[in-house]
Design a binder for this molecule. Sequence first.
Ligand code: PGA
Length: 241
Amino acid sequence: MKKLIIGNWKMNLSRQEATALATRLAEMGEGKGTLVVCPPAIWLCDVGQVIEKSSVLLGAQDASPHKKGAFTGDIATPMLADAGVRYVLVGHSERRQHHHEDNALIRAKAEAAQSEGLVPVICFGETEAERAAGRQEEVVATQLAESLPETGAIVLAYEPVWAIGTGKTATIEDVDAMHRFIRGWLERNRVDPQRQACILYGGSVKAANAAGILALADVGGVLVGGASLDADEFWAIAQAI
Ligand code: PGA
């Protein structure tokens, strides 16, 4: 299976910039990894059209746990599926922090995504204070226990909060240790191996540090924020595999 390289554009780029970036990536052709881009929701259809005939796949940054109805401002998973979305980020630390999302809600969002045939990318990771206190494994174990759906395809994204957007990447040893811990946790909790194939790392990934991270056996790919806004840099990350 190819490693998954997901670009999270967050709340960046105009319509013109988003389609231009998608056009560049679509033109780059089949790379070493599977490329997924997660544009702001308002540009999903525009970007979807641009990448439709390319090997780049469409992802969303969030989804409602509800199928439809009186939820002003939210976007339902059937709508995402209709727009050609394949992957949905759920539980990103920025949503946990700014929108007070908890593990139960994240699980509900992941289940809503699965019910539409979308693959939820479940994000989790410890804060700087939690790591300083040596509690990172305990925190991650709780997040996994409470946010993983019982069945169905999932992608996991370990993103230590202190490494997101800070330029501070976890060391290769730290990434390796945590990914081994997650793999062990999944085995101990009897999560079907078919479902646990992909564990991503995220947090200040760039072309310069991607090769070491992607070389780790337990790392199934990377979730990239800032560096995914530049086509050449994002492509270079995928080519670092
Ligand atoms: P970053 O963001 O690469 O800018 O650190 C990663 C993420 O938020 O998914």
